[in-house]
Write a protein that binds this ligand. Structure first.
Ligand code: SF4
Length: 233
């Protein structure tokens, strides 16, 4: 099958000023730069690269109505802002043909109430939790307890956490990655490998544990056997 896909950028800048992000410094205030019809010419799939489409109400509504009208399979690849979710926006999102999952972020532990509320609004408007993926930034200014708590909150709400270890951009102030500390790598591996995440608690997880290796191998074996079996049905 031929995949016809297009990348597009409709906005620049952001309304926020997250300490770990270079967008506000590089791009400044939020502004509209393009419309879908400046790029789109009948392609089946679209990857939107906007930093925060949710932050511009008018452009968000116009864009989503266009995506719905043209029936374009869409990946909001840079993520939408859960703190700005409303019923109107969630209703529009529920009508878009989503390519993969809708990406959000839960970077700041203080945003927990807004994250919970945003997810509820999406669910109330018919967006299935398994279609929602949340980036969880670690290694910047959060404790290990806060990292685990955010992941557990998301998992309990039925959405998919995805851990992103912090890497400072060249020339940007911030903590640099300490390679002698394996925590970030281990925690990201535990959360992002779903077979491990769904079978082992973080408290019991270490890379070298024979128990984990056994469990991991079992899961892979079971998954492979199921796939193998289905081939013969
Ligand atoms: S909301 Fe996203 S794009 Fe905007 S400053 Fe924060 S991390 Fe950067």
């Amino acid at each position: 099958m031929t995949v016809i896909m297009l990348w597009a950028l409709l906005l620049e800048g952001c309304i926020r000023n997250c300490d770990f992000c270079i967008v506000p410094e590089k791009e400044g205030n939020l502004r509209v730069t393009n419309d879908i019809y400046d790029f789109w010419d009948g392609q089946e799939k679209l990857k939107l690269l906007d930093n925060n489409l949710t932050a511009h109400n008018k452009q968000f509504k116009r864009t989503l109505n266009q995506l719905i009208k043209e029936d374009i399979k869409t990946d909001f690849s840079q993520g939408l802002d859960i703190r700005l979710m409303t019923s109107d926006k969630a209703h529009l999102l529920s009508k878009v043909d989503i390519w993969g999952q809708i990406h959000f972020a839960f970077d700041n532990p203080k945003s927990e109430d807004q994250v919970r509320e945003g997810i509820e609004i999406l669910k109330d408007n018919g967006v299935k939790p398994y279609k929602l993926m949340f980036y969880v930034l670690i290694g910047f200014n959060t404790t290990r307890e806060e990292d685990l708590h955010r992941v557990k909150v998301l998992d309990d709400l039925g959405v998919d956490p995805f851990v992103m270890p912090y890497r400072s951009v060249q020339g940007q102030e911030g903590k640099s990655y300490d390679k002698s500390d394996s925590y970030q790598k281990d925690f990201a591996r535990w959360v992002n490998h779903k077979a491990i995440f769904n079978s082992v608690e973080w408290e019991n997880y270490t890379n070298n544990s024979p128990l984990i290796l056994y469990k991991t191998c079992s899961i892979i074996f079971v998954v492979e056997s199921q796939e193998y079996t289905s081939l013969w049905r």
